[in-house]
Write a protein that binds this ligand. Structure first.
Ligand SMILES: Cc1cc2nc3c(=O)[nH]c(=O)nc-3n(C[C@H](O)[C@H](O)[C@H](O)COP(=O)(O)OP(=O)(O)OC[C@H]3O[C@@H](n4cnc5c(N)ncnc54)[C@H](O)[C@@H]3O)c2cc1C
Length: 397
């Protein structure tokens, strides 16, 4: 953020100039908030030179001081108990391979109130060290507190790379850490590899039309968020126990600015998180209207699954973007994926083709979706789905 010097006269010129609304007058002085992008447009316009850009970070000269691949472990509340989000285990599995190529360790970083319960699982997925920050104050995710703890750990131990799940938490946390550490962040990666000692971070770019390989050769740590379900998870060190490094990081005073009063799940989470669902009922343009989508919701509910949608259905406003499966949506890997009125465009297929069993319902016998489906029903979804729903309800009785 821009620095306000004591000689500020509170004229307010910078307030009107700032294109991001990051400046305001507080008690007769300029005040800057987190919307500041350091664009610098205010600096030359201050009549008393009371605005200052922060000093540029020095070039990292000795990259060899940075070692090990870190994975931020995300915990979620599943039916009253905290569990590790599977994407963290996917990242550990991948991280172990990358670390082996680099001749380094893969380490898990866990922040919470009762971390010990997760050490064995993290070890079995290959973590050779676990950095644990434990305090009742960390029981609930808090952006400032978690970011501040991560920044302290990263500054102290200097990892070469840090990976975060591309989930709401990871997408919230990682950019703040990147900004505080003055390093880059590749968001929403679908692939990670090693080349010449650097991590190659692969992600779709330009609306998914190309895959971009991004490297960060001059700064450390290299940081990326990675999509769930794009990498396999594998127990690689059954029975072993990682070295546990307990760190005490008092909750930063900044964290007290935010208090979580209540957590409410939106309708996506009502049944289950899409990326972790074992059953997904997905609808496409063939559903024709938002009202017709109701039967998809009902079927998902009866089967204890989640609702997916094609981009066409999302663009039509029948489902929220969070439900979109595919290249520019969520990648899923359920046991059962039912595609209703979805043609099977490649951009949809890449997001669900690894499902164990795919069932397609489409009135066009030549629809490409049937090439990927284990079972296909040719017919009108409006007629078929009510019968399927009724049959499932009967079997549940
Ligand atoms: C860069 C890029 C990224 C994209 N990302 C994604 C993505 O992440 N996810 C995604 O889904 N798409 C994505 N798309 C869009 C994708 O190319 C397709 O346009 C989209 O998947 C089509 O959705 P759909 O199958 O619902 O619609 P359509 O292709 O229009 O298919 C509708 C299907 O419904 C069938 N049908 C119609 N009426 C009935 C009925 N009464 N009963 C049964 N069947 C019926 C039709 O036979 C047809 O097969 C992307 C495109 C681009 C260019």
């Amino acid at each position: 953020m821009i620095k306000i010097l004591p000689n500020c006269i509170g004229c307010g010129k910078c307030v009107s100039i700032c294109p991001f609304g990051a400046l305001s007058l507080v008690n007769g002085k300029a005040n800057v908030n987190s919307a500041c992008t350091l664009c610098g447009s205010c600096v030359p316009n201050c009549p008393v030179k009371a605005l200052q850009m922060p000093p540029k970070e020095e070039e990292v000269k000795d990259l060899s001081a940075y070692k090990d691949v870190w994975v931020f472990v995300e915990l979620v509340n599943a039916k009253g108990a905290l569990k590790i989000r599977p994407v963290s285990l996917e990242l550990l599995t991948k991280g172990r391979k990358l670390a082996a190529e680099l001749g380094q360790n893969v380490c898990a970083v866990i922040i919470g109130a009762d971390n010990g319960a997760h050490f064995a699982e993290l070890s079995s997925y290959g973590a050779s060290k676990i950095y644990s920050v434990q305090d009742p104050a960390y029981a609930q995710y808090n952006t400032e507190a978690y970011a501040s703890a991560m920044v302290k750990l990263i500054s102290k131990y200097k990892p070469a790379a840090v990976f975060y799940p591309s989930t709401y938490t990871g997408r919230d946390l990682a950019p703040r850490i990147a900004a505080e550490m003055f390093v880059g962040l590749t968001a929403d990666c679908t692939g990670l590899s090693v080349k010449n000692g650097n991590i190659v971070q692969t992600r779709p770019a330009f609306g998914g039309n190309i895959m971009a390989d991004i490297i960060c050769p001059n700064h450390r740590p290299q940081m990326a968020t990675v999509r769930p379900n794009v990498m396999p998870k594998e127990i690689t060190a059954q029975g072993s126990m990682a070295q546990i490094i307990e760190e005490v990081v008092p909750v930063s005073p900044a964290a007290s600015k935010v208090r979580v009063l209540k957590t409410e799940k939106d309708e996506v989470g009502e049944v289950e998180q899409l990326d972790e669902a074992q059953v997904i009922i997905s609808g496409g343009r063939g559903l024709k209207t938002k009202e017709n989508f109701e039967i998809i919701n009902n079927l998902a509910c009866v089967l204890g699954g989640a609702v997916g949608a094609s981009r066409a259905a999302v663009d039509a406003g029948w489902k929220a973007k969070e439900h979109q499966v595919g290249q520019s949506g969520v990648t899923v890997k359920p046991k059962l994926y039912v595609a209703c009125g979805i043609s099977g465009a490649l951009q949809h297929i890449v997001g669900m083709q690894d499902s164990d069993i795919i069932i397609a319902i489409n009135k066009d016998a030549n629809a490409p979706i049937f090439n990927y489906a284990k079972y296909g029903i040719v017919g009108d979804v409006q007629q078929i789905l009510p019968k399927v729903l009724e049959a499932v309800k009967q079997t549940k009785k």
